[in-house]
Design a protein around this ligand. Structure first.
Ligand SMILES: C[S@@+](CC[C@H](N)C(=O)[O-])C[C@H]1O[C@@H](n2cnc3c(N)ncnc32)[C@H](O)[C@@H]1O
Length: 318
């Protein structure tokens, strides 16, 4: 996959930073992680399956591979669980991930500039479900960055099944490791800001990657004004350990303005529902999902007594 990335990277707007991206990715893949042999073996098994073309047939990213051995493929894909992002369909096999990513994409796509011919960055891309959608929407180069190695292996496993894959890649990098280069037309940060200890630093780093006039697509958890300007969870939020900030929409505007963005627009606010986040057999033994994270007596609150998850999408320009 890295070789393929190298080839396409050199021909793209990313060419000045290709070598650094590849070196950093190789370092990240070189870490001592006891799961890698199992993930690698799963990929080798998946390579024995037939391949097909990728398309978006909502809700699934579909790969029209014929004569898939579904039992074997299921077994291999389950070696690289949990499948949080998706859903995917390979031949007749429906990989129903925890999240219905199509629902988020349908809220985002109508509001953003066309991605045709663009160079886009998908920060915190998970297994690349949205990165593929960006390339299918016409991006010339869609680069996902995702530090969690498991999700990189998931990306590889899906890519292995695609005939003539589009220019969508996921590399095992954090935003803060990206070589400084203002080269992206559109930068997506979806579901990432609230995981950052320093939200202003994250916004600044996103801006640093963008061309002047480029578009930022920011999707993050927010709270209603009645709960104040922001909540900093003392402990867990909806059972998640690493949630650092839950701003109101006004606060988010202020943060974007202070970071130097302009033309800031709120385009969507949606409460997370059990239709969008659900427990499926593709997330492994820990089959908890949204219903287990909310107060059983009042689904307006999390189990910790904080406002239930609600997500806003804001668009802004550099
Ligand atoms: C909640 S998931 C969101 C995935 C996807 N973007 C979506 O909207 O569904 C957040 C992802 O961001 C990644 N992440 C967290 N901090 C990051 C950082 N500083 N740079 C890049 N990715 C990061 C996490 O590993 C995780 O996979």
């Amino acid at each position: 996959m890295i070789d393929d990335f190298k080839k396409h990277c050199k021909l793209s707007q990313l060419s000045p930073i290709c070598t650094q991206l590849i070196d950093l990715s190789n370092q990240a893949y070189g870490v001592n992680n006891g799961n890698i042999p199992r993930w690698q073996k799963a990929i080798e098994e998946i390579q024995q399956q037939n391949t097909g073309y990728i398309n978006f047939n909502s809700p699934y990213l579909t790969i029209d591979a014929h004569d898939i051995n579904e039992d074997l493929l299921t077994k291999s894909l389950k070696q690289i669980m949990p499948w949080r992002k998706g859903p995917y369909q390979i031949g007749g096999l429906q990989l129903d991930s925890e999240w219905r990513g199509d629902m988020k994409w349908n809220r985002v796509l109508p509001h953003i500039q066309s991605l045709k011919g663009k160079t886009v960055l998908d920060v915190g891309s998970g297994n690349g479900y949205f990165t593929y959608l960006m390339s299918l929407a016409g991006a010339e180069m869609a680069l996902g960055i995702e530090p969690f190695l498991l999700f990189n292996y998931q990306f590889k496993s899906i890519r292995t099944l695609i005939d003539n894959p589009p220019n969508a890649f996921v590399l095992p990098l954090r935003l803060e490791e990206m070589p400084g280069a203002d080269i992206f037309d559109t930068v997506f940060s979806m579901g990432v800001l609230y995981h950052q200890k320093d939200h202003m630093e994250h916004l600044q780093q996103l801006k640093n990657m963008m061309l002047k006039g480029g578009e930022l697509v920011l999707e993050t958890l927010v709270i209603d004004k009645q709960h104040g300007d922001q909540i900093i969870p003392k402990d867990r939020y909806a059972k998640m350990r690493n949630v650092w900030c839950l701003p109101s929409i006004d606060t988010l505007y202020t943060w974007l303005k202070q970071s130097g963005f302009n033309q800031i627009k709120l385009v969507d606010v949606t409460k997370t529902t059990p239709e969008e986040q659900r427990a499926t057999h593709w997330i492994g033994d820990n089959t908890q999902s949204i219903n287990d994270f909310l107060d059983p007596n009042d689904d307006n609150f999390t189990i910790e007594g904080l406002p239930a998850p609600k997500r806003a999408i804001l668009i802004a320009r550099k």
